[in-house]
Write a protein that binds this ligand. Sequence first.
Ligand code: AMP
Ligand code: GLY
Length: 433
Amino acid sequence: MKVLVIGGGAREHALCHALSLDPDVTALHCAPGNAGIAEVATLHAVDAQDGAAVAALATGLGAGLVVVGPEAPLVAGVADAVREAGIPVFGPSAEAARLEGSKAFAKEVMASAGVPTARSYVCTTAEEIDAALDAFGPPYVVKDDGLAAGKGVVVTPDAEAAREHARTCGRVVIEEFLDGPEVSLFAVTDGRHVVPLQPAQDFKRAYDGDEGPNTGGMGAYSPLPWADPKLVEEIEQTVLRPTVDELRRRGTPFSGLLYAGLALTSRGVRVIEFNARFGDPETQAVLARLRTPLSGLLHAAATGRLAEFPPLRWADGAAVTVVVAAHGYPAAPRTGDPVEGLDAVAAQDAPHAYVLHAGTKRDADGRIVSAGGRVLSVTATGDDLTTARERAYEAVGRLHLEGSHHRRDIAARAALDAAASEGRADTSADEAV
Ligand code: AMP
Ligand code: GLY
């Protein structure tokens, strides 16, 4: 199967990495891609947002599957254009992608489907904003209604800061604060059947200890050793299936990747947000352990045949992803800095640790330079979280990007807890003997 991937971030590099290892993939193309993706796929300088251009490229290449990575092209209808050209496409229609494109729409779908989420108000005037902030009290949660690349949400104890953000948004969703750990669960769906992947956790804040501004995500790990083994099944029943059923009932079936961002509150699971595509950086950690060939899974979803698809296979152990971000990210990322150390990682850390490129390109001299806020996404696997973490940070240590920053505590707490409970399990086994 010839596969064309649309997009050019670390998520698309993770998809291309998995597809490049898939024996069913005979040719791999990507538009526009980045400097890392260029090592495994043929790049095409086609605008990812331009549905007609993407459909023409897919037709010209004889692609048997198009995978649309980022939300912006999905919301712009790129998957519709490819589908109309008669080519199987993994990614929802523009109508269904509104689940991510409009937080107000997502709330309305959840209300119809009985999916648990934070109570909320949609506001457009200063009076409505003040009334909603007063109704909930601190900490305040204020969300731009539209797409904002993970940066439209402000969570703050400061009423003035909340009001200020709300007033810059136009249409804004103000909602109840949800306490408890966050989980990202991805599900592949053909609009009818739902196949959940393994859960992951993302680190949204810029700095260690969950300090600093919200970002697109600074790191991730999967699976979640602390989670209830029934968690995925519960989310499938209470969140994923009702949402997919509701969109089908409305005549706008959702086919592609349904991403549920969840809070595990004391009162149960609540949806924080839906996304209409694979999450970044969680995808890097999740796909690192998927053993089922990816092209067959995505093709089955694209062609409405998930019901017949065999259960997914996963590698044992764990995966950790650490994002290396540019100087000034997220407020004002600097670009054009050379990336060094990639060869050292390839020589010393592969295959357990590898670098996925997020925002990189080759400059006029052929050097790889930064070209975005999140620049590199270092992913490592291991028998447990502790090993995967060590490998990821060893690889990060070999890389150099002037002025860059990364979090040092990705998966730290979960690795410690898992090691402690292993220790307890070992001790009790010893005592039993
Ligand atoms: P979102 O873009 O909706 O995922 O929001 C970004 C981040 O803001 C989430 O990952 C949470 O950490 C935080 N957040 C969003 N909504 C809430 C909420 N209702 N309560 C607490 N934190 C939230
Ligand atoms: N990891 C958050 C996102 O992809 O939106």
